[in-house]
Ligand binder design. Structure first.
Ligand SMILES: C[S@@+](CC[C@H](N)C(=O)[O-])C[C@H]1O[C@@H](n2cnc3c(N)ncnc32)[C@H](O)[C@@H]1O
Length: 213
């Protein structure tokens, strides 16, 4: 008989494979290896498409593009004519994302892809100008990016922080890595903030979702 831990892991793995095989996702994985970034999981991609559709997102910010899988997943669920503002410090990632979005049929007029460090770019974006902010470059900077992300959202907007469980380290009290501590701080801060409604999902390596009241 399987242990509860094994059953739980099997359920997580089953949920990750919920979506049918997808050519775009496969291509994004190959390009991710080429540009040297870790792509989001299949379950995370599916969740992003569903969240984007649920909020009828028309204006989206994605921080940390990699090969563009999250951007593509968000745009798949977004409202017709939605615009994606994407930020990545690496020009190769910006270029890979542009190509992936192009193959999805997202025209250049619907993207604003910026090569630069998030800390420098985020303060220049319009406050309360966006429906959805996705963060996937946080690490130790999680608190700063989440603060900026909430500034960019209008009331009712959705913030999604990827890797919110810091590759399964957040639940282990003995782990005191800077990135793990940062994710714990963000979770506690958002949970205690009356201005947002939050939920933590174990999808992928953890998705922390906060909806601004
Ligand atoms: C884990 S990858 C993102 C994966 C991607 N979201 C996807 O859909 O598969 C992290 C990305 O963040 C970018 N990055 C790291 N530090 C950054 C920073 N300070 N500002 C902007 N981008 C950064 C990296 O270049 C990399 O492309």
């Amino acid at each position: 008989m399987s242990t509860p831990e094994k059953s739980k892991h099997a359920s997580w793995a089953y949920a990750e494979e919920h979506r049918a095989p997808d050519e775009l996702v496969e291509r994004a994985r190959e390009v991710s290896a080429d540009v040297g970034t870790d792509p989001i999981s299949d379950g995370t991609a599916a969740a992003l498409t569903a969240f984007s559709a649920a909020c009828g997102a028309r204006s989206i910010v994605a921080i940390g593009l990699g090969a563009g899988l999250a951007g593509a997943a968000l745009m798949r669920g977004a409202a017709a004519g939605a615009v994606l503002t994407g930020i990545d410090a690496d020009a190769d990632c910006v270029s890979a994302t542009r190509q992936l979005l192009g193959s999805l049929g997202v025209t250049p007029s619907r993207t604003r892809l910026i090569t630069g460090k998030a800390a420098a770019v985020l303060p220049r974006l319009t406050p309360k100008g966006y429906d959805l902010v996705f963060i996937d470059a946080a690490g130790e900077s999680a608190v700063e990016y989440v603060t900026q992300g909430l500034r960019l959202l209008h009331a009712g907007g959705t913030l999604i922080l990827n890797d919110a469980l810091d590759t399964d380290r957040v639940p282990k009290p003995a782990v005191r890595e800077a990135s793990t501590q940062a994710m714990r701080r963000v979770e506690a801060t958002l949970r205690d903030d009356d201005e947002v409604v939050t939920a933590m999902f174990s999808t992928g390596t953890g998705l922390l979702v906060a909806v601004k009241r």
